[in-house]
Design a protein around this ligand. Structure first.
Ligand code: FAD
Length: 403
């Protein structure tokens, strides 16, 4: 008789786990609390689903799960989807998208593959408890119980709760003895003093952005920064949001608006601009370099007056302007909420999990995806982890192996 496997959660990692377990001979049932599987997948990549990234780079991952490295090194995301008839294209920055340009076709490919392998899906079913006795698992959903030889937990983290992921499985797992590392929103805007950004709302500027804690530079990311009425946003900021969650008000983000120029080159550029635009209002001094509202803000922050001729800017204002162009600092004022976050940092600690993603505490229990304490940067790294970890957990749950 084939081994029975229940997968809790019909998201990216759960569908991948279900397909793999069924391919390895298991009778698989997916339990999903929402009316349909894959809601979050449809939102990914702004509806286009950045499903992976060219090459593999472990430095894009964070958390306490070194086991994840080997699992992903052995995984080829393009080949994985080609098997299901889904073809991909790669953009100039190495991000992989479905050829169709729509996330719906990724979900369809997974749904078709699951159905072709006789995976059963039960939606509108929320798992509220787990019990292991006599070598079998009983999965509780309110008053109902589902029984299986193995259970794969693929219920995600706490980010984007409207997609069914409110983290409610974590307290249940803690009671069972699992260590859950601190859950923090990741890949989200970084809140700052509204008075510093309100006037810049809607603007975008390219910059090198450095996360700072006190005098210490933590990490620098390059890209487009977007200003909202109370936060900095954009992919490069998303990738630094973990430091806002970690250090809160003690952190800051510094923007280098002219990263390709050193101080001497910037001084010479400013001197040229003074010569070319000295008779214009100071608010127009930098508008050949930067959007006007940013140019004016920098003049004001340097102590200058936007309406007076640029040539009347004091030496101190010019020195301050030089500094700001390379180090325009925004205080961090707390941390965004899980509602605004794409991913959860933290989760089931690596110390509770074997190399095959089985539990070290209970036999026949497996984990995959964002539920585990491993999260990636923007760029398709998170979904790569979901497909790869789902496949690993699914194969091993079907085989019933322990390492
Ligand atoms: C807006 C947005 C855009 C994103 N874009 C990208 C991108 O382009 N590329 C990328 O790599 N990553 C992206 N991500 C991150 C990526 O989507 C997630 O990391 C990934 O979907 C996590 O997959 P998962 O299977 O672990 O969990 P999820 O996809 O969150 O699925 C978990 C499922 O479990 C269900 N569930 C939860 N608890 C229970 C329960 N108790 N009982 C039954 N079911 C339960 C939930 O309803 C949900 O369907 C994005 C995230 C968001 C929010």
């Amino acid at each position: 008789m084939s081994r029975s496997v229940i997968v809790v959660g019909g998201g990216a990692s759960g569908l991948s786990a279900a397909i793999a377990a069924a391919e390895h001979g298991a009778a698989v049932t997916v339990l999903e609390r929402l009316p349909r599987v894959g809601k979050k997948l449809l939102l990914t990549g702004n509806g286009r689903c950045n499903l992976g990234h060219e090459g593999f780079a472990w430095q894009h991952y964070h958390g306490t799960l070194p086991q994840g490295r080997r699992i992903m090194e052995q995984f080829d995301v393009k080949a994985y989807f080609r098997r299901f008839g889904l073809y991909t294209r790669t953009d100039s920055e190495g991000r992989i998208y479905p050829m169709s340009g729509t996330a719906a076709s990724v979900l369809d490919a997974l749904r078709f593959a699951a159905a072709q392998r006789d995976v059963q899906t039960e939606c509108g079913v929320q798992v509220t408890g787990l019990r292991h006795s006599g070598g079998k698992w009983a999965v509780q959903c309110g008053d109902a119980y589902y029984r299986a030889d193995a259970v794969i937990l693929a219920a995600g983290g706490a980010a984007a709760p409207s997609c069914g992921t409110d983290g409610s499985l974590f307290p249940i797992l803690q009671k069972m003895g699992y260590t859950v590392t601190r859950l923090r929103p990741a890949l989200c805007p970084v809140p700052t003093d509204p008075a510093r950004v309100r006037a810049l709302k809607g603007l975008r500027v390219r910059a090198d952005v450095t996360a700072r804690h006190g005098d210490r530079d933590l990490k620098t990311e390059s890209g487009e920064v977007q200003f909202t009425d109370s936060a900095l946003s954009g992919i490069c900021v998303f990738n630094l949001a973990r430091y806002a969650a970690q250090y809160g008000d003690a952190a800051a983000l510094s923007l280098d608006l002219l990263p390709d120029l050193d101080d001497a080159e910037t001084a010479s550029l400013l001197k040229n601009l003074m010569r070319q635009r000295g008779t214009l209002p100071a608010g127009d001094l930098l508008t050949g370099l930067l959007p006007k509202r940013i140019a004016e803000t920098l003049i004001r922050q340097s102590g200058g007056s936007c309406n007076l001729p640029a040539s009347e800017c004091s030496g101190e204002t010019q020195r301050s302007l030089l500094r700001l162009l390379h180090d325009w600092t925004f205080p961090v004022t707390g941390c965004a909420s899980f509602t605004q976050a794409q991913v959860t940092a933290g989760g089931i600690a690596g110390q509770c999990v074997n190399r095959d993603l089985s539990s070290k505490l209970h036999s026949g229990l497996y984990f995959c995806g964002e539920l585990l304490d491993l999260d990636g940067d923007c760029g398709g790294w998170n979904l790569t982890w979901c497909w790869a970890s789902g496949r690993c957990a699914g194969e091993n749950a079907a085989k019933g192996e322990q390492t």
